[in-house]
Design a protein around this ligand. Structure first.
Ligand code: SAM
Length: 335
């Protein structure tokens, strides 16, 4: 088996597939109110093309985890079929989904039946009015119903992704953790990264991992003895609490900016228009769609994917004064 190895000894086994750049929310830190210039339909991979590239990743390049994202992946009409085809691959990859939860109430069971293993649901606030202000859509109740449906369907552990922002929702860390513990969800705080379409990210006002952990002090978090491996989240145990499976409850912090984990990165990314990215912050992409539509064989596509990953930089460089924000925003890369 050929691997997606880079020059620094890292091997990518975790594929993030963006299924669309569109979203039904307009989170202020992600997208402008009017949305973005969406990818033309003909530029997007068809369902068959997506499945073909996933198959090449799994069968020839050692991909073991596939996470569907976007944009909002539940908006992709062919999602259930794509999951079903991916679940038939050998060796069967673990299949996960990152979603805003809107529509998950209806889709959780079909997705589980198709072979989806787990979901991460993004939720930044427990306050419905704040949710509406933050996302510019009145859909808080839909997200809560989506979370419940995911747990009921067994897409567990159901994880919640929360981005805290100063003056907006940074007072909610303890309440979010209590909510997650009470419902058996696993909470992950994500440091805000410079990936917004509006380029308004500010290093000086972002809520850091240190700040989040200070806010969670009343919970008496304990270091987690389970090795983090290549996972982006550092996790802590919450004394006296168990999760839905009866295991010690955990909370995670993804400190992409102040506690980067690039040295252990095992991710490769595929955009909805078939471009390979070796990093969220990559400024270069490799065009697999063009090759595929030009008649490339599976071997040729696998080789091009390998070449694309060889060039992965040692780190994302956010702390480097010469750091350049990538041209595509998070929603178009696949978060
Ligand atoms: N629509 C799906 C969702 O809401 O989960 C998937 C895509 S969304 C871009 C994935 C995650 O990225 C969400 O949890 C969102 O909060 C997070 N996100 C968006 N912009 C971000 C940024 N600048 N820094 C950190 N996380 C961000």
């Amino acid at each position: 088996m050929n691997a997606l190895a880079d020059r620094f000894g890292r091997v990518a086994t975790d594929l993030r597939v963006s299924l669309t750049d569109r979203c039904n929310l307009r989170c202020t830190y992600c997208m402008p109110e009017e949305g973005l210039a969406w990818l033309p339909k003909q530029d997007q991979l068809t369902d068959d093309e997506v499945v073909r590239l996933i198959r090449i990743g799994v069968e020839r390049l050692g991909i073991r985890d596939v996470r569907f994202t976007g944009g909002e992946p539940l908006l992709r009409r062919g999602l259930v079929g794509i999951v079903q085809e991916s679940a038939r691959l050998a060796p069967r990859p673990r299949l996960m989904l990152t979603t805003n939860g809107i529509g998950l109430e209806r889709l959780a069971e079909p997705l589980r039946d198709a072979g989806l293993d787990r979901v991460n649901v993004s939720l930044d606030t427990l306050d419905p009015a704040r949710f509406t202000a933050l996302t510019r859509r009145d859909r808080h109740a839909d997200v809560l119903r989506g979370l419940k449906a995911a747990a009921a369907a067994g897409l567990t552990p159901v994880k919640i992704n929360t981005v805290l922002m100063r003056g907006i929702n940074d007072d909610e860390a303890p309440a979010m953790l209590r909510f997650a513990l009470d419902h058996g969800y696993q909470l992950r705080f994500i440091e805000q990264m410079p990936l917004d379409a509006q380029h308004q990210w500010d290093r000086h006002t972002m809520v850091t991992a240190d700040q989040i952990l200070a806010d969670l002090e009343p919970f008496g978090l304990q270091p987690d003895s389970v090795s983090r491996g290549t996972a982006p989240a550092e996790t802590w145990l919450v004394p006296g609490r168990v999760d839905a499976a009866g295991e010690p409850a955990r909370v995670g912090v993804i400190g992409s900016v102040t506690r980067p984990f690039c040295g252990d990165c095992d991710r490769t990314r595929l955009t909805a228009d078939g471009q390979v990215r070796d990093c969220l912050f990559a400024t270069k992409e490799s065009d697999l769609r063009g090759l595929m539509r030009g008649g490339a064989t599976d071997d040729e596509l696998a080789a091009a994917w390998q070449v694309a990953m060889r060039g992965k930089r040692a780190g994302h460089g956010i702390d480097d004064p010469s750091f350049l924000q990538p041209a595509r925003p998070m929603s178009a890369i696949g978060g």
